[in-house]
Write a protein that binds this ligand. Structure first.
Ligand SMILES: *Cc1c(COP(=O)(O)O)cnc(C)c1O
Length: 454
């Protein structure tokens, strides 16, 4: 069979499942390669990482994070802009520090995230605070830190913020998150810009909301924002949202409200398996003419597209359980470590850390275990505990697999379910590697607990 492009030759859907050609597949991912048959992130081999730190293990490439950030800052260099990395995608201090040093601002959704960005010395004026349920205490902490903008999501939040700001004797810079009611064509759980979502203020009452804000003495209107969803592969929904927002900016001008910035949120998708994802440069090309005409400063809040493909999760096959109907590969990572497959039915690539073509060339055919269709599952006592289903792989107990695209919404969504200590996180830069979060110890799982004395 002749294949016309890399994606097709890397991925093959068969009746028995999905076959990924590891060497062709990683060519599409930044800073991942096979060197002498061993998966290598930047210049560090998976073998070395496993030897030093064990499994399961999250590994992040510093260079990939920087390159992804610069894809935005370079693509929008023609206009005044600020990239505010969405901390919730991966909030490890090492990740935040790399981005802060590169000049990124941050998009927060909690006081915990505020503390993290302050801990790495982020410039508070480049920080925006999103989220539907900010508490008065969180608003206060962010006002005291002097953040750049509150992305307000309800009338009630406007009032609370005004009260908190009045008590502190300060002005709160605000933008209102409007809900442009465009279909982001993504998974319903991560689509946020439709009328029936809990997020933002609907388009038709937005002007009234701004007029309400204008009455409140301790609010200072600076912008408007929207965020329509996550893992968007197409550009059209962003353009449609921008058009709706521009309409509102015009309507606000008519009632005498002038803005300084427009914040287009995050949401650009990434390649997990074979998605055809718009590049940041294409995204910029579609938006720039409209933004240039608008003449406002532009903010972006990308999360996934900065860190997803900077990360892999290394996990070891502990138990192989072929049965008549299904073959289970039980690995040492589970849904508590990486919940995207279980929560969103997300498809993530699982590749061997030792590529088969190299193995084939160096061992006799009889030595290599036969390829089978495996469900890659964890050890958690839930049927929903799977990392991937029906993957064609040659597996032996002890083999280490890599799940790619694990840098975003990976570790941050992990839990201790089944009293499983969370994995360590490691950052790699060129041939250097360092733990940036230690593997949790079993004692730590219950250090905040006590038995009832009553
Ligand atoms: C989650 C979120 C983002 C980041 O979304 P990605 O899809 O990771 O780019 C940005 N802004 C807001 C308000 C969010 O909730």
């Amino acid at each position: 069979m002749t294949m016309s492009n890399t994606t097709q030759s890397a991925i093959e859907y068969t009746e028995d499942g999905l076959r990924i050609e590891p060497e062709a597949f990683v060519k599409q991912l930044p800073n991942l390669s096979y060197q002498q048959g061993v998966l290598t992130i930047e210049a560090v081999s998976a073998d070395d990482l496993v030897k030093h730190y064990g499994t399961p293990l999250y590994v992040y490439s510093k260079q990939t994070i920087l390159d992804a950030y610069h894809a935005y800052s370079d693509s929008f260099a023609a206009i005044e802009h600020q990239v505010c990395y969405a901390v919730k995608a991966n909030s490890n201090l090492a990740v935040l520090k790399v981005l802060a040093q590169a000049g990124a601002g941050f998009d927060l959704v909690s006081a915990g995230e505020l503390a993290r960005v302050l801990a790495v010395g982020a410039d508070p004026s480049k920080v925006v605070f999103s989220g539907v349920g900010k508490t008065a205490a969180e608003l206060k902490a962010a006002l005291q830190a002097g953040i750049g903008c509150f992305n307000v999501e309800s009338l009630s939040e406007l009032d609370t913020l005004n009260t908190v700001a009045a008590k502190l004797g300060v002005q709160a810079p605000i933008s209102i998150r409007v809900n442009p009611d465009v279909d982001a064509k993504t998974h319903p759980y991560i689509s946020t810009g439709l009328k029936d979502n809990k997020f933002g203020i609907s388009h038709d009452v937005a002007v009234a909301a701004y007029q309400h804000a204008q009455q409140l003495e301790h609010l200072n209107i600076v912008g408007i924002d929207c965020h329509i969803g996550s893992q968007l592969t197409e550009i059209d929904p962003f353009v449609a949202a921008l058009d709706k927002v521009i309409e509102l900016i015009e309507a606000l001008k008519h009632v005498g409200i002038e803005l300084e910035h427009v914040d287009l949120g995050g949401g650009l998708g990434v390649l997990y398996i074979d998605e055809e994802v718009a590049k940041v440069s294409e995204f910029a090309a579609a938006l720039l003419p409209k933004l240039q005409q608008l003449g406002l400063k532009v903010l972006f809040e990308p999360g996934r597209s900065i860190v997803a493909n900077a990360g892999i999760l290394l996990t070891k096959a502990e138990v192989l359980k072929p049965t008549k109907h299904k073959n289970f590969a039980i690995v040492d990572a589970a849904m508590n470590d990486l919940i995207r497959p279980a929560l969103y039915q997300a498809q993530m690539a699982v590749i061997p850390t030792h590529s088969q073509s190299y193995a084939n060339a160096h061992t006799s055919a009889d030595d290599k275990p036969n390829e089978k269709s495996w469900d890659i599952v964890g050890a958690v006592c839930e049927t929903g505990d799977f990392l991937a289903k029906q993957r064609l792989l040659s597996l032996a107990v002890g083999d280490v697999l890599a799940i790619t695209g694990a840098g975003a919404y990976g570790f941050v969504m992990s839990s201790n379910y089944n009293s499983r200590p969370r994995p360590a996180e490691v950052m790699v830069a060129a041939d250097k590697h360092q733990v940036v979060r230690q593997r949790e110890k079993i004692e730590q799982l219950y250090e905040l607990e006590s038995v009832f004395e009553g």
